[in-house]
Design a protein around this ligand. Structure first.
Ligand code: ADP
Ligand code: ZN
Ligand code: ZN
Length: 808
């Protein structure tokens, strides 16, 4: 047998499969989707098996050296999907394959074998008996060592694993991938907990607390978790274990970060007529087992998540699996709880804040079919289910679904591909659908469902727009308008909470000399440095360059050099100045780098430990706080002025999302948007909650200017230290590009990129604009391959971004 292998040399001339012979001992383990180690020239490289054949067209093939996993990490479908991605996004096949497996598997690790249950010795051949004897005496034994000792071992290992005699553990680095946890479970019935509590002396207050806890959350919890929650000691727990009230056991466990948390089963509401209609509509599509893509356009709070839960339940009832994609920042414990509450252990969560090992554990549950639901951000779209019935993409308009490194895929496109392959339901959900998706819905390429009202007909918040130019004319130089100040004072008096929102961390917090206008720039990138108050430094957000805050202007020597603009730190100071005693919880990249910091800050806010939640993008969505009645947007414009055809769309989406945070519960909400472009249509429509108005105006503009969805774009970015070389090279490439483009496709540029230099490398870009002709991408793919040699020689970096999201 032969395997067709994609090896880890992601360059043009080797980006194709190579044939290798599968030696007999490895037969049982080499499958499509396996990772193998193969000889390649003088080197030993990793590769993925993408096909298995009886014959090889090549005359002399080398042997596969080793297989890296017991179970192939990728499925046949994912192998195909990687092939498609490599074509669609102009990237190496290997890179696409690699992006689908968890990082833990990308590093080296060992497979260790132990005996799980003793086999019936009479059923074993004598060689096999000594094989077991060998393991018994030395366990754990590494896989490689076993194979060296017993050349036939592969078959026995496979057999032993299938029959449950053997156990294999993959050890990543120096950590084993499994963990032991101590679990506590009540060993008496729930109603008896109270009786026991009453029988305890008053001095046992701590023990009573524990019993109270279990009355509220009846079920197992990990010991460390209980200790930290109730702030109690081991002794307290020991007493209860001795009394036989609690059962303590060591459990070998996946490092599920939600282990030990009891998720209360969520009570189902009767559906609103609107929800019912959407559910029936999707269920009808589901019944036929066909690819059924649809878009739910539903305002925040319209009950979309309940619809997701219901469709998911029906999918599982059919014996199929479901993926839920959410933007990374919406993947909060709160959100996961809703799904764990309904589906319990059937849910795996792929979270970027998990350690590599934790992520691997979750992923393995999916691969082994131990769970039915995978929840995660972008890359969870590759969850290796084999019987996929449903993919939900919540907040489908979110930019974070596009990966900004190779392979530069969009999770929405991958979701459609997989939905098509599995004949599955694909639900896109959003309060502000992307222009592309809504346009598809209008053209009836995907089905549209609309949920226009909030559950219980709670009103959408009142939105007022404050023109900051007028504020300035009135002589108000503060960053808060009169209206916003009044609103903040009002909330402080009423003890209600507010969210203040700034477009981007330190977006305009630059240092400028008031005498000569000098702005401090990064010496390596053409971008101004951002001021960080906490350690009085200036930092470059592109390359990390840091310098101390200057005391005098490096240009003219003036002392009137100071920082400008409205970073979150600056706002925090201003708040303290205008509203003495105000309690601010600031959430930005600086305050949330630590693991768990994000959740902790939100938890504090929820518990009322702050009046204001102040932050950037990361507070804009997914959060749901009953006591928040005011949302303020400090400067709605900063995004409008970016050189990007999606600027209006992003502004509209962001303002709508932010507004959705207010008044989701009994109390009515209010939104104040401060802006210097009060008459811009995206701000006007957002303030009226008018998606349709916005859509029609924006789609017209796209039509007139020939932007997506009326065309498609491919962005090429060149980067090199030598500016003369880059111009020459980009122009030569552009010339060749023009020659291969079919009629109807145009090339724009090359020109200097909006950020013309990053990390000392100059950047040039050019853009192909074309009309959906699929031959364009394949022509470009072969051109890029041909260009590869030349590019490597000159050290030029070239990135190709198909359907780009960032134009910088
Ligand atoms: P969305 O996902 O569209 O923002 P959710 O599904 O989160 O909306 O619903 C908003 C709120 O309304 C939630 O608190 C949810 O529990 C509640 N809710 C949803 N559906 C119903 C229903 N049929 N009856 C009562 N409450 C509901
Ligand atoms: Zn100066
Ligand atoms: Zn820099």
């Amino acid at each position: 047998m032969y395997a067709r292998v994609i090896v880890d040399v992601p360059v043009a001339d080797t980006d194709r499969p190579f044939d290798y012979h599968i030696p007999a001992p490895l037969h049982p383990f080499v499958r499509i989707g396996s990772r193998v180690s193969v000889p390649f020239g003088p080197r030993k490289l990793q590769g993925f098996v993408i096909d298995i054949t009886a014959e090889s067209e090549v005359e002399k093939t080398k042997d596969i050296l080793d297989v890296l996993d017991v179970e192939p990490p990728l499925t046949r479908e994912l192998v195909r999907l990687a092939g498609w991605m490599s074509e669609r996004y102009v990237c190496a096949y290997y890179t696409a394959l690699q992006s689908m497996i968890p990082a833990a598997l990308r590093s080296s690790y060992e497979k260790l074998i132990t005996i799980k249950t003793e086999p019936d010795i009479h059923l074993l051949l004598s060689d096999e008996q000594s094989f077991y004897q060998y393991i018994r005496e030395r366990q754990p034994v590494s896989w490689d060592k076993l194979l060296k000792q017993f050349p036939d071992a592969a078959v026995w290992i496979k057999d032993g694993l299938e029959k449950g005699y053997l156990h294999v553990e993959q050890v990543v680095g120096d950590r084993t991938t499994k963990k032991i946890v101590t679990m506590l479970t009540p060993s008496v019935a729930k109603h008896e907990l109270d009786k026991i509590k009453e029988s305890l002396p008053t001095s046992a207050a701590r023990q009573k607390e524990v019993l109270d806890y279990f009355t509220r959350h009846y079920g197992p919890i990990s010991q460390p978790d209980l200790l930290s929650r109730l702030q109690i000691s081991h002794q307290t727990v020991n007493r209860l274990v001795e009394k036989g009230v609690l059962l303590r056991e060591e459990r070998e466990d996946y490092r599920d970060p939600y282990t030990g948390r009891t998720f209360l089963p969520v009570t189902k509401h009767p559906f609103t007529p609107m929800q019912q209609e959407v559910i029936e509509g999707i269920a009808a599509g589901m019944a036929d087992d066909v690819y059924f893509p649809c878009l739910i356009h539903g305002v925040t709070g319209s009950g979309k998540t309940e619809v997701y839960l219901e469709i998911m339940e029906r999918t599982i009832a059919k014996g199929k699996e479901a993926i839920l994609l959410v933007p990374e920042i919406s993947l909060t414990p709160q959100m996961v709880e809703r799904f764990k509450g309904r589906f319990g252990d059937q849910v795996a969560v792929l979270h970027s804040r998990l350690s590599h090992g934790e992520r691997h554990d979750e992923w393995r549950k999916i691969r082994r079919g131990e769970v039915k639901v995978a929840i995660g951000a972008r890359s969870a779209v590759f969850a290796p289910f084999e019987n996929l019935g449903l993919i939900i993409m919540d907040e489908e308009h979110e930019g974070s679904y596009k990966q900004e490194e190779t392979p530069r895929y969009h999770a929405r496109a991958v979701a459609h591909y997989r939905g098509n392959y599995h004949k599955a339901v694909v639900i896109l959900g959003s309060a502000t659908p992307s222009l592309e998706s809504y346009n598809q819905a209008i053209q009836q390429k995907i089905k549209l469902f609309t949920m226009a009202q909030r559950v219980g007909n709670r009103p959408l918040p009142d939105v007022s727009i404050v023109d900051m130019r007028l504020e300035l004319q009135k002589g108000n130089r503060a960053m808060f308008s009169g209206e916003l100040m009044n609103a903040i004072n009002d909330r402080l008096a009423k003890n209600e909470q507010m969210v203040l929102f700034l477009n981007r961390r330190g977006f305009s917090t630059f240092v400028m000399c008031r005498s000569c206008g000098f702005v401090t720039q990064c010496p390596h990138c053409d971008i101004s440095l951002t001021y960080h108050r906490s350690n009085r430094t200036l930092r470059c957000h592109y390359c990390g360059y840091t310098e101390r805050e200057p005391e005098t202007c490096p240009e003219c020597g003036s002392e009137h050099i100071r920082f400008f603009g409205t970073g979150t730190q600056k706002v925090e100071e201003e708040l303290a100045k205008y509203f003495p005693g105000i309690r601010v919880i600031r959430m930005d990249v600086d305050t949330t780098t630590q693991k768990g910091a994000h959740e902790r800050l939100l938890q504090n806010f929820r518990q009322g430990k702050g009046d204001v939640l102040l932050g950037t993008q990361m507070i804009a969505k997914g959060l749901d706080f009953p006591n928040v009645t005011l949302v303020g947007v400090l400067a709605a414009d900063s995004m409008l002025n970016l050189p990007d055809f999606r600027a209006s769309e992003r502004t509209f989406q962001l303002l709508t999302q932010v507004g959705g945070r207010a008044g989701r519960h009994e109390k009515k909400g209010e939104v104040v948007i401060q802006t210097y472009s009060a008459d811009h249509f995206s701000i006007r429509y957002a303030s009226k909650h008018d998606y349709h108005g916005f859509f029609h105006e924006e789609i017209n503009q796209r039509y007139v200017k020939g932007y997506p969805p009326f065309s498609r774009l491919i962005l090429f970015t060149f980067a090199h230290e030598n500016v003369a070389l880059i111009i020459k090279s980009a122009e030569a490439f552009a010339k060749k590009l023009r020659e291969i483009l079919p009629p109807g496709a145009f090339l724009l540029g090359p020109v200097a990129s909006p950020i013309a230099r990053i990390k000392d490398r100059y950047r040039f870009q050019c853009m192909v604009k074309y009309n959906h002709d699929p031959s364009v991408v394949s022509r470009i793919h072969s051109l890029v391959r041909k260009y590869e040699e030349e590019r490597k020689k000159s050290g030029m970096l070239l990135t190709v971004d198909v359907d780009p999201y960032m134009m910088m």
